[in-house]
Design a protein around this ligand. Structure first.
Ligand code: ATP
Ligand code: MG
Length: 575
């Protein structure tokens, strides 16, 4: 290794004992090179490969919305990132300054992300469908100095208030022209040199800020450092099977952490050939993309998988999926039904894995080669110590197999968040007795597999039972008519709370009293009368975050007539 060990620490500082697995971190360190005594994510993602003679390897194959295609090799992407870094420098921006991007999945966005990191600035991607207010709040929280966006987004969402953000110094507009007060990125990039010496950032220098999905409340800005790249490299190999040249498609948008950790950094650091599709979900487009591009590793999310299931297996029959070697899913619990369905249709099951914006990388996974237990999130990655804990008299107690408690992790892995921006107290509260508390409830079985139960806030207490919504939802979607389900607890005088379900239906089914009774009957058979929903309500759609997560807190607030809270990440929904 070309670097000094003391500059390349594996551990998160000052937060309980480091995870006791030096071997895993030695292996993770061996996957990165280091740069001039420091560490920079973009050096690991691009420069290192080009220096080693892999510049001609395919880095990105981009599929545009309207059928355009563009291939970028590692050398091409490096040159684009260098140009972007030079544009920033030419405008007087310095390491530590903050760059926001909101531009959809276009090659310029990827060059901007990597150029920002090369120049030692902090990158924050935002989902391009956010409305003006969520963008503004996040740019204020993140003290944005630069915004990279499209002319359309700028005019519709940003122009009315851009002048009021004191920190904002530069607005770069994709394309050849820009409105007054902004700079057109096309000509600026063309005029910039394709050479740039990557800044030798330190491992603990901030690199990325990601806002959480806002499923449970106001989104938090999680700060990640360059050292995270050790874990991006390592977990991409261990949990997804990424390796040089492998054809990989991550369907997540870089506006969310998955789309950056595993949609930019991890595949590039592992020198994979990644596919980027600019378009939104479209069943036939997705199936032909997997077939025609011979995708080998596919990383997606339950909401997309359920959309595929909704259209049935017949639609999938004409396609050849034989290139696929590994399928993974993250973001929400993956219902057992979806695991079994995907194994039938694709010849490979989707492998569930669990992590959070805060953890920066995959923590628990059904890894390649592991036996999959449908409905389980799998086991902790090497180097990750996970436990199920319970609070008792102000301290934490670890629970044994079969017991439900809060899912906790021993701090110390490299991609752990280092702060919630401007929310020190909230950050501090996550760390208790040498554990990081995830806010999720889970159970570990005797074989060491972890099973998701629900968000701590979503747990339902009925007649002395604790019920996780996931179990009930999974049973409901096994009914032929049910496409998706969201389950909440509603207050009840005798039981404390009773279970209520909201469902959407598969094509060919219409809401009716008979169907409601039938679905309840099915759930009662699967779950028993204490756990089965008392009431099933039909909906056209369920309220979801833009990253595809069902917002149970919103179902509940609406049910109880309570304030809806922060809905900045809500997709448009109809009842
Ligand atoms: P917020 O923290 O703002 O409420 P969020 O928790 O949804 O939003 P993310 O960090 O994007 O924001 O999502 C992480 C959460 O998603 C996890 O804490 C967990 O609740 C859920 N999740 C992710 N993967 C899985 C999985 N495989 N199984 C079950 N739940 C998952
Ligand atoms: Mg969260």
């Amino acid at each position: 290794m070309a670097h000094q060990d003391e500059t390349l620490q594996a551990g998160a500082p000052a937060r309980g004992p480091a995870t006791a697995s030096p071997d895993a971190w030695d292996e993770a360190r061996s996957l990165v090179e280091g740069w001039k005594g420091g560490l920079n994510i973009a050096h690991e993602a691009l420069d290192r490969h080009v220096n080693a003679g892999h510049g001609a390897d395919l880095a990105i194959r981009w599929l545009g919305k309207s059928g355009e295609r563009r291939d970028l090799t590692y050398a091409d992407l490096q040159a684009e990132a260098n140009r972007f870094a030079n544009v920033l420098a030419a405008h007087g921006l310095k390491p530590g300054d903050s760059v926001f991007a909101m531009a959809g999945r276009v090659p310029e966005l990827y060059a901007a992300a990597l150029g920002t990191l090369k120049a030692g600035l902090i990158f924050t991607p935002l989902f391009s469908a956010f409305g003006p207010e969520p963008v503004r709040t996040r740019m204020e929280i993140g003290s944005a100095n630069v915004l990279v966006t499209t002319e359309g987004i700028y005019r519709r969402k940003i122009a009315p208030w851009a002048g009021e953000i004191d920190t904002l110094r530069l607005i770069l507009i994709l394309g050849d022209e820009a409105p007054e007060g902004c700079v057109a990125l096309g000509p600026a990039m063309a005029a910039a040199s394709p050479e740039f010496e990557t800044v030798a950032t330190k491992p603990e220098d901030p690199a990325l800020i990601h806002f959480t999905s806002g499923t449970t409340g106001k989104p938090k800005g999680a700060v990640h450092v360059h050292n995270a790249v050790l874990y991006h490299a390592f977990s991409g190999r261990k949990a997804l099977g990424l390796e040089p040249g492998v054809k990989y498609w991550c369907t997540a948008d870089p506006g969310w952490v998955t789309g950056t950790s595993y949609g930019i950094i991890s595949p590039l650091v592992n020198r994979a050939a990644m596919l980027i599709d600019e378009a939104e979900f479209d069943l036939e487009r997705w199936y032909s993309t997997v077939q025609d591009e011979k995708v080998e590793i596919w990383y997606s999310a339950p909401t997309a998988i359920r959309m595929m299931m909704r259209e049935g297996s017949e639609v999938a029959k004409p396609y050849d999926f034989s290139s696929l070697t590994f399928l993974a899913s993250v973001g929400e619990p993956l219902n057992p039904e979806a695991v079994i369905w995907s194994a039938e249709v694709f010849g490979q099951p989707f492998h569930d894995n669990w992590w959070q914006t805060e953890t920066g990388g995959i923590m628990i996974a059904n890894r390649p080669g592991m036996e999959v237990k449908p409905g389980s999130m799998g086991k902790p990655l090497p180097g990750i110590e996970a436990g199920i804990v319970e609070r008792e008299d102000g301290t934490l107690r670890e629970l044994g197999p079969g017991k439900i408690g809060e899912l906790a992790l021993r701090p110390g892995w490299p991609s752990m968040m280092r702060a919630y921006l401007h929310e020190q107290a909230r950050y501090d509260k996550c760390f208790v007795d040498g554990w990081y508390l995830s806010g999720d409830l889970a159970m570990r079985d005797a074989d060491g597999y972890f099973w998701f139960v629900g968000r701590a806030d979503d747990l339902i207490k009925t007649s002395g039972h604790l019920i996780g919504p996931f179990e009930v939802e999974s049973a409901l979607i096994e009914h032929d008519a049910v496409a998706e389900a969201g389950v909440i607890g509603v207050p009840d005088e005798t039981a404390g709370e009773v279970v209520k379900a909201y469902v959407t239906l598969n094509p060919g089914y219409e809401p009716s009293e008979d169907l409601e009774r039938d679905i309840r009957g099915h759930a009662r058979k699967k779950l028993g009368p204490a756990v089965a929903p008392r009431e099933v309500v039909f909906r056209k759609t369920l309220p979801k975050t833009r990253s595809g997560k069902i917002m149970r807190r919103l179902l509940k607030a609406r049910e109880l007539g309570l304030p809806e809270g922060d809905i900045s990440t809500l997709e448009t929904d109809e009842t």
